[in-house]
Design a protein around this ligand. Sequence first.
Ligand code: ASP
Length: 340
Amino acid sequence: MTVEAGATASRARPANVVVLACGGTIATVPVDGEAILKGAEELLAGVPALDDLARVSPRDVLRLPSHLMGLDDLATVARAACEAAAEPSVDGVVVTHGTDVLEEVAYLTDLWHDGEAPIVFTGAQRDAADPAGDGPGNVRDAVRVAADPRARGLGVLVTFASVVLPADAVRKVHTVAPTAFAAPRGRLGALTSTLLRLDAERSRPAPLPPAPLSWPVELIALTAGGGRALVDAALDAGAQGLVLDAFGAGTAPGEVVDAVAEATARGVLVVVTSRCEHGGVWPQPGRGAGADLAAAGARLAGDLDGIRARMLLLAVLAATGGSADAAAALLAARLPAAGH
Ligand code: ASP
């Protein structure tokens, strides 16, 4: 399906799009070695001809580089986006955000978003003072997607460098290039200067209730020859959930399996993901393999990557007030099947 950008054929009026500014490079102007962060209105002033696309309302949420955001900040952004999308007069929401943890905040927002209006995250690799910056074009594209009736019901999306990606699969794949994001399991669409193609439908699990992310969850990358020290340190620091980014199809050293058994016996939720980009985690037999980890009480995350599994654990613990049993039930309903 292809329509001209900004076309509102199925709407009798221009779309109402709220733009939430949350800081990041897209908002940053370097001045004398310091970073000044623009608010929403100032940021939109640098984006040409937005009025041609939609009736746009700028709002400020945060002024932070995303690498300095804490769990409260992630929740603030996700909640603000969901609340804006729930306003009856709003057709779509754009979130301008730092790119470094954008995929985590977009995924959290997708877990919480209960409604039809699309929420579209974007950002920039070049700062707001760069005459060749990618920010204004990315904002224009994000507004085009948020305003498009075909994006309704697609949940949370990321639009960046001419592609449209789903929040449950997007990854930052380049540190500096404008093509910063990709989705290994497929994109949802693409934009040219005048056209927008949105090909796919998305099925999303039932949304989780937004709540403060008060129960800490750590993500631990397993490394060759490594032991259980990081697992023990995370538990000593009070982690209520652990994600092990394991080897291959979900394998770990024997002493890590023993540490997992001790953790789950204490009521800590443990999820196993894979360091591999494709294929997911499988319940293979043998010491240290997926079935052994499952017998130790860990949940196998299928295709879900470690970064997202941690965010899911944070969200289910938050939704259940930290109850391990109730959180485990919510988790089980949301972990995808093993990879293919
Ligand atoms: N470190 C920055 C941030 O995530 C990078 C960016 O915005 O692109 O806020």
